[in-house]
Write a protein that binds this ligand. Structure first.
Ligand code: AMP
Ligand code: ZN
Length: 472
C-alpha cells in the first residue's frame, strides 16, 4: 500500500505501528445541520481508504467523533458556537439538534453505502478526558490561562506547523467565516482549550472544571477521542483539506505536547467538492444534500459513483450535468453487471488464474493511493475480458466489497428497466406534441404539456437548436 501523506507531502509506503493493524481516525461532522454532499465526498473517500485497507488484509479499527459542542463559527475560536446557532434557528435545544442531525448523518451515510466507523463518540461524552488533557498541558507549561479561558501556547513548540510550513496568511484560508483577533492570546495562532468566557455568554452546555464552569474548544476533542480509543499511536488521521489548518495542526500540537512523542504517522486529506461559487460549505446555506438529490430522482449511489470517478486529492467540480453523465454511465454499468450475474446463474467453478490476475490489478490500483478511477477501469476490463460469466461475477462481487456500488442489486435493475420502459421516449414524444401545438398556436396545450412534465420532475428548455430537457 502506498499513500500520499500530507505530513511529508509525498506518496509513501504505508507502514503501521503494529504489523497488520491500523489505528484510523476520522474527524466527524459538526451536527448543527445536514451534511452536504461536499462533506460526504470526504466520507466516501475515507470509506474507500478503510475498505481498501481491509481488502488488503489489514485489521482496521476506525474511530470518529461527533462534534456537538465547541466548534465556533470560525475555526480560529471566534464567533458563536455552531450548535447553539443551530438550536436557535430551529427553536430546539442543542441536544435535540445534535440528536436529529446525527441520525440524519448516519442515514445519509447508509444511503451512500459508507460503513459506520467501529467507534463513534460524541464530544459531550468525553468532558472528563478533555479536562484531564488540559490539566496535563497546564502542568507541562504548554497551556496558559488568560481572560478566564485556557489557551495552548504555540510558541512552546519547535515546529507548530508540522503539516507544512506554508505562510500563515495562506493557512488562514482554512479558517472559515469571521476572523477576529482574540487579545488574550500570547501568539496569533494560540487556540482555546477551555472557554469560560467568550463573546457569546448564552452557551447552552457548560461543565464544571478546575478552570471554571465552561466548555471545551473544538480541537481538543479529536485528540482526546483518538487517544481514548486508539491509544498513544495513531496510524492514519483523515479529514477534508480545510481541516489541515488550524484543526489538525492544533490536534498534533496538543497531542504531542501531552504525549511527549510523535502521535500520528499518516495524514489523509480529501480535496473539496466545489460548485460554481467555490467550496460547498454549510455556513453558506443553500446546501445540496442527499435528500435533495433523491428528490430530484437520483439514486444516492450515483453520487458515490461520481466521486469514485475522480481522485480524492483533486478538487471536484459539481454540476447537475456532470452528475447526469455519471448517472447514465452508472446505469449502463449496472446493466452489464446484472447481465453477468444472470448469465452466471447456476454455473459453478471459476477460472482461478483469471480471477487472481484481475484481483491483483484491482488491489494494485487501490493500493496506489486509493486510485478509484483506475480501480473502475479494472472493473470495466473484467466486463470485457475473455472469460466465463461465473469468473466475472466473482470478480465483480469481490470488487464491490470496496466500491460498494451494489453492482448486483435488484433496485438498480428496476431503475434501468424503468429507463428502458420508455420514460425517455415518452418525454421526447411530449416534446414533439408540444412543438406541434405551438405550431398550431395552441399555446394552452403547449403550456399544459410543459406543466405535466414539470409535475414529473422534468424541466423543458427552449433553445435555438430546439427543446431539451433535464431533471428539475
Ligand atoms: P464539518 O461538519 O464542517 O465539521 O465537516 C465534516 C467534514 O467534511 C470535514 O472532514 C471537512 O473537512 C469536510 N468538508 C467540508 N466541506 C467540504 C467540501 N466542500 N468538500 C469535501 N469535504 C468537505
Ligand atoms: Zn477533528
Amino acid at each position: 500500500m502506498k499513500l500520499y501523506n500530507t505530513m511529508t507531502r509525498r506518496v509513501e509506503p504505508f507502514r503501521t505501528h503494529i504489523p497488520g493493524k491500523v489505528a484510523m481516525y476520522t474527524c466527524g461532522p459538526t451536527v448543527y445541520h445536514f451534511a452536504h454532499i461536499g462533506n460526504l465526498r470526504s466520507y466516501i473517500c475515507e470509506d474507500i481508504l478503510e475498505k481498501t485497507l481491509r481488502y488488503l488484509g489489514y485489521d482496521v479499527k476506525r474511530v470518529m467523533n461527533i462534534t456537538d459542542v465547541g466548534h465556533l463559527s470560525s475555526d480560529a475560536d471566534t464567533g458563536e458556537d455552531k450548535m447553539l446557532a443551530g438550536a436557535k434557528r430551529e427553536h430546539k435545544t442543542v441536544m435535540e439538534i445534535a440528536d436529529f442531525y446525527t441520525k440524519a448523518f448516519f442515514s445519509d451515510m447508509e444511503k451512500l453505502n459508507i460503513k459506520k466507523p467501529d467507534v463513534v463518540e460524541p464530544a459531550t461524552n468525553c468532558i472528563p478526558e478533555f479536562i484531564h488533557m488540559i490539566e496535563v498541558l497546564l502542568e507541562k507549561g504548554y497551556a496558559y490561562k488568560a481572560g478566564e479561558n485556557v489557551y495552548f501556547d504555540t510558541s512552546k513548540l519547535d515546529n507548530y506547523y508540522a503539516l507544512g510550513n506554508q505562510n500563515e496568511d495562506e493557512l488562514m484560508v482554512g479558517v472559515r467565516d469571521d476572523v477576529e483577533e482574540d487579545t488574550n492570546k500570547r501568539n496569533r495562532n494560540d487556540f482555546v482549550l477551555w472557554f469560560t468566557k467568550s463573546k457569546f455568554e448564552d452557551q447552552a452546555l457548560k461543565w464544571d472544571s478546575p478552570f471554571g464552569v465552561g466548555y471545551p474548544g473544538w480541537h481538543i476533542e479529536c485528540s482526546c477521542i483518538g487517544l481514548k480509543h486508539l491509544g498513544e499511536y495513531m496510524d492514519i488521521h483523515c479529514g477534508g483539506v480545510d481541516n489541515i489548518f488550524p484543526h489538525h495542526t492544533n490536534e498534533i500540537a496538543q497531542s504531542e505536547a501531552y504525549l511527549g512523542h510523535k502521535w500520528c504517522n499518516y495524514w489523509f486529506h480529501v480535496h473539496h467538492l466545489n460548485d460554481r461559487e467555490g467550496k460547498m460549505s454549510k455556513s453558506k446555506g443553500n446546501i445540496l444534500t442527499v435528500s435533495v438529490l433523491e428528490e430530484k430522482g437520483y439514486d444516492p449511489l450515483v453520487y458515490r459513483f461520481f466521486c469514485l470517478q475522480s481522485h480524492y486529492r483533486k478538487p471536484l467540480e459539481f454540476s447537475f450535468d456532470a452528475l447526469d453523465n455519471a448517472s447514465s454511465a452508472f446505469s449502463k454499468l449496472l446493466k452489464r453487471t446484472i447481465a453477468v450475474a444472470k448469465e452466471a446463474e447456476g454455473k459453478e467453478g471459476i477460472d482461478q488464474e483469471v480471477f487472481d490476475e484481475y484481483k491483483a490489478r484491482f488491489k494494485e490500483a487501490l493500493g496506489n493511493d486509493t486510485n478509484t478511477s483506475m480501480a473502475l477501469t479494472v472493473l470495466y476490463d473484467v466486463l470485457k475480458a475473455d472469460t466465463d460469466a461465473a469468473t466475472k461475477k466473482a470478480l465483480i462481487g469481490s470488487f464491490d466489497e470496496v466500491l460498494s456500488l451494489d453492482l448486483f442489486r435488484e433496485r438498480a435493475e428496476k431503475e434501468t428497466a424503468e429507463e428502458d420502459s420508455g420514460l425517455v421516449s415518452w418525454i421526447e414524444e411530449q416534446i414533439e406534441k408540444r412543438k406541434a401545438a405551438k405550431k398550431e398556436k395552441n399555446f394552452a396545450e403547449a403550456d399544459r404539456i410543459r406543466a405535466e412534465l414539470l409535475e414529473k420532475g422534468i424541466v423543458l428548455k427552449d433553445t435555438r437548436e430546439g427543446t431539451t430537457w433535464e431533471r428539475a
